[in-house]
Design a binder for this molecule. Structure first.
Ligand code: FAD
Ligand code: DLZ
Ligand code: SF4
Length: 512
């Protein structure tokens, strides 16, 4: 008789996950299911599906080696109903458990499903807290209570104090909370970043790659070469590679972009963190140890820990505190459909082409590419939040709604009216030109403001400010660009507006 059925989702591949913490191998069964409904809830990048399916299969093997019974339903199992609900119902028939235990999911959509199952299951379903995060949902809500806007920097300082990471007694290590002003260097022309570690697919991964090719061949992205780690041991190796070879320069070149250099000094560990193959605590602890051992400077280590302990925990807390209303806002009334080249990568804009190429090739782009190129364009072009959110959720191996939505809806699109960030990250071509080498290979010129050779980011930037004047001009952090706009004469404003309009019309008509 099975006492407890423990249903583990694809992004819960952590041995210490709360749904497994008190498992009794003598009487309990773990359920894991590959289902088409999840792979197509948005049409996920082929590598993302392969990463998760292979990660799930390896995780199941690890549990079995411990003597735990795992009931694993593969995608091509003839009886697979292809949905979480259907597979749970079938497993109930197979095992007849006394209770079902799960860890809360990373998406509101899935939590709603789980709450519905509670109504229909013949036995209790216990949904446990996901304690893999350093800030619980309750602790975030306590922090957020009474605040009209949430600012990461204040949250982050509290998290430093609470966890003790990079603290010297009560003070921040190095005398400052934030070393960002040192972290905005462009990459020197002849600089060669380290070659990044890739992982050869083993037999399990090869089987999954064949499955994904046959079932999801029409999804966005290249399936191969596939170089992601799919086990905890592999993820730990990837972390070690980052710490030893990349962390020391992570800070300096955090905002840099370079053609053909898709990872630079970034960690490339977000798929592992988000699927549970690494934990936030161990990643921060390893980075801090590298600092204490004199291997990496404070600007790099503080910058990195801020991303994991600050941003990652902050967006997760905000997501759960604000959902489901959060997803519905559209502060800037943006309604334009997503341009077709987000999927094809075929555009004359070299920066967009390059970032979409990296995305297609690896199911990865680094933060500044996501924020200041593909995100910036979507903001300036007034793309409907829902359409651009779906793109980001589909194309990255690390994308789950709890982390994607606040980044896209809040940080990029300002659709939440400033709940997450004090201003939109709008930028003209000058920013991209300063931080990358993209413009040198572009059909457009970042120094030209209007006309056929003008960089579209230039007139779209000023047009964005014009169109959103009533909503943004009083924002003190937007004072500088609005002062410049005020000094512009009416003719110039009209020229900008009509050039932007014709570019956007051409986009809609697939002429660009
Ligand atoms: P690094 O730059 O090396 O940073 C280290 C780690 O910090 C990351 O692995 C990640 O866990 C964390 N981190 C850094 N920035 C953020 C952030 N803004 N929010 C949350 N965690 C952060 N991250 C995701 O994990 N999933 C997403 O779906 C996702 N969508 C994004 C969409 C947009 C528009 C933007 C601007 C950012 C998004 N991010 C997302 C955040 C960030 O871009 C990625 O975490 C990062 O690029 C992952 O690569 P890395 O591991 O090399 O990160
Ligand atoms: C993203 C994803 C995909 C593509 N496929 C599966 C799957 O077949 N089985 C599974 O358990 N989980 C999958 N996932 C992850 C879930 O969508 C994820 O658990 C939810 O998004 C909640 O975070
Ligand atoms: Fe992008 Fe403009 Fe530079 Fe071309 S000129 S790469 S469109 S920023």
């Amino acid at each position: 008789m099975v006492r407890t059925l423990r249903f583990v989702l694809g992004d819960q591949l952590t041995r210490s996950v709360s749904s497994l913490s008190d498992i009794n191998p003598a009487s309990d069964v773990v359920l894991m299911v590959e289902v088409a409904a999840e792979a197509t809830s948005v049409r996920h990048h082929k590598q993302k599906i392969a990463f998760l399916f292979s990660g799930m299969r390896h995780f199941a093997e690890t549990l079995r080696r411990e003597g735990i019974e795992v009931d694993y339903v593969t995608l091509d199992d003839a009886a697979n109903t292809q949905s979480f609900g259907g597979e749970l119902a079938r497993a109930m028939m197979r095992h007849g458990p006394e209770t079902v235990v799960m860890t809360e999911p990373g998406e509101w959509r899935v939590l709603q499903m789980m709450q519905d199952w509670r109504e229909t299951l013949p036995v209790p379903l216990h949904i446990r807290e996901d304690d893999r995060f350093l800030c619980s949902r309750a602790a975030f809500s306590q922090w957020a209570a009474g605040r009209k806007q949430y600012r990461m920097e204040f949250f982050y300082r509290d998290m430093r104090k609470k966890t003790g990471f990079l603290m010297a007694g009560d003070a921040p290590e190095g005398g400052q909370w934030n070393f960002d002003p040192e972290n905005r260097k462009a990459l020197p022309r002849d600089h060669r970043p380290p070659v990044r570690q890739r992982f050869e697919p083993d037999a399990i991964t090869r089987e999954v790659l064949a499955l994904v090719a046959s079932r999801f061949g029409d999804h966005f992205g290249d399936l191969e070469p596939f170089g992601w780690a799919v086990t905890r041991a592999g993820a730990l190796e990837a972390l070690e590679h980052f710490i030893m070879d990349c962390l020391p320069m992570f800070g300096d070149f955090q905002d840099a972009m370079k053609t053909g250099q898709d990872f630079l000094y970034h960690a490339a560990i977000s798929p592992y963190l988000n699927a549970g193959l690494l934990t936030a605590h161990e990643v921060c602890a390893r980075a801090e140890a590298a600092y204490r051992a004199g291997h990496a400077p404070i600007n790099a280590v503080e910058g990195f820990i801020r991303q994991v302990l600050g941003w990652r925990e902050f967006v997760r807390g905000l997501y759960w505190h604000e959902m489901p209303e959060y997803a519905e806002t559209n502060h800037l009334d943006a309604t334009r459909p997503l341009p077709w080249f987000y999927w094809s990568g075929e555009t004359e804009m070299a920066c967009m082409r390059e970032c979409i190429r990296a995305t297609r090739q690896h199911a990865y782009a680094h933060h500044i590419q996501r924020l200041m190129v593909t995100g910036n364009f979507a903001l300036l072009a007034g793309i409907a939040p829902r359409e651009i959110e779906e793109w980001y959720l589909a194309v990255y191996a690390d994308a789950y709604e709890w982390v994607e939505l606040p980044n896209v809806h809040g940080m990029v699109m300002h659709a939440d009216g400033g709940l997450l960030g004090s201003k939109p990250y709008a930028a003209s071509g000058a920013y991209i030109n300063r931080m990358s080498d993209y413009c040198a290979g572009c059909a457009y010129d970042p120094s030209i403001k209007l006309g056929p050779k003008a960089c579209p980011f230039n007139y779209l930037y000023w047009n964005f400010l014009i169109e959103n004047e009533t909503k943004l001009a009083r924002n003190p952090r937007m004072a500088m660009p609005y002062r410049t706009l005020k000094a512009m004469d009416e003719t110039r404003r009209n020229e900008i507006h009509s050039e932007a309009q014709s570019f956007l019309d051409n986009l809609a008509n697939k002429l660009i």
